[in-house]
Design a protein around this ligand. Structure first.
Ligand code: COA
Length: 171
């Protein structure tokens, strides 16, 4: 059993694909830190870090988690600094298509170069039904008022629709 693992991401917003990884990771570790990147270089962020944390906490509370303590935090700066600070043993990453692999190897090797802290990276393959999913695709479906129930929880769906209304100038 892993003592403490971390699952980082932008989560803008959390999708059922992320929740699938969180649920499966919770079976491997005593404690799971879901870390939300605050200073993302992504240009089209919809939700503030506080909103993203709220969406995550709400969605995680609906998961059937047994013996794992899950905490959701924001982080800035380098991931490895957080890994050192929180004394993390394992970094969890989800792998979707083969195209994720190259980026993940680059990320992993860079992270390992940046710290003396020993940790392992565990890749969990996405479940088949979420292989194609990404937060930006979900945002795009929301923008065009498509059906979101396959991709996000009801709560996230509601918040996405609110955001779209806000962006369209409706309150
Ligand atoms: N299900 C659904 N979607 C998934 C998914 C899954 N299992 N796994 C990933 N995705 C989606 C994400 O939603 C995201 O979608 P988007 O690009 O449309 O927003 C996309 O796939 C990429 O996800 P990910 O690779 O996790 O990127 P991220 O931006 O969410 O997180 C960090 C990347 C936070 C891990 C990385 O940027 C980081 O560590 N940053 C800190 C700075 C640092 O240390 N840099 C040096 C390391 S190179």
């Amino acid at each position: 059993m892993i003592k403490r693992a971390i699952y980082p991401g932008s989560f803008d917003p959390v999708t059922k694909g992320h929740l699938d990884i969180i649920h499966r990771a919770s079976k491997l570790t005593e404690e799971l830190i879901v870390a939300v990147l605050q200073n993302s270089s992504k240009s089209n962020i919809w939700f503030s870090v506080e909103e993203r944390i709220n969406l995550l906490k709400h969605s995680i509370s609906e998961l059937d988690v047994e013996n794992c303590k899950i905490k959701v935090i924001a982080f800035k700066g380098l991931l490895v600094d957080l890994i050192e600070r929180e004394d993390v043993d394992v970094l969890i990453r989800g792998l979707r298509a083969v195209s994720d692999y190259e980026y993940e190897v680059q990320l992993d090797l860079t992270n390992k170069q940046l710290t003396k802290k020993e940790f392992e990276t565990i890749f969990l393959n996405s479940s088949r039904k979420y292989l194609y999913l990404s937060s930006s695709i979900v945002r795009d479906v929301a923008l065009h008022k498509g059906e979101l129930k396959y991709f996000v929880t009801d709560y996230v769906k509601k918040e996405l629709m609110k955001k779209v209304d806000e962006m369209n100038g409706k309150k």
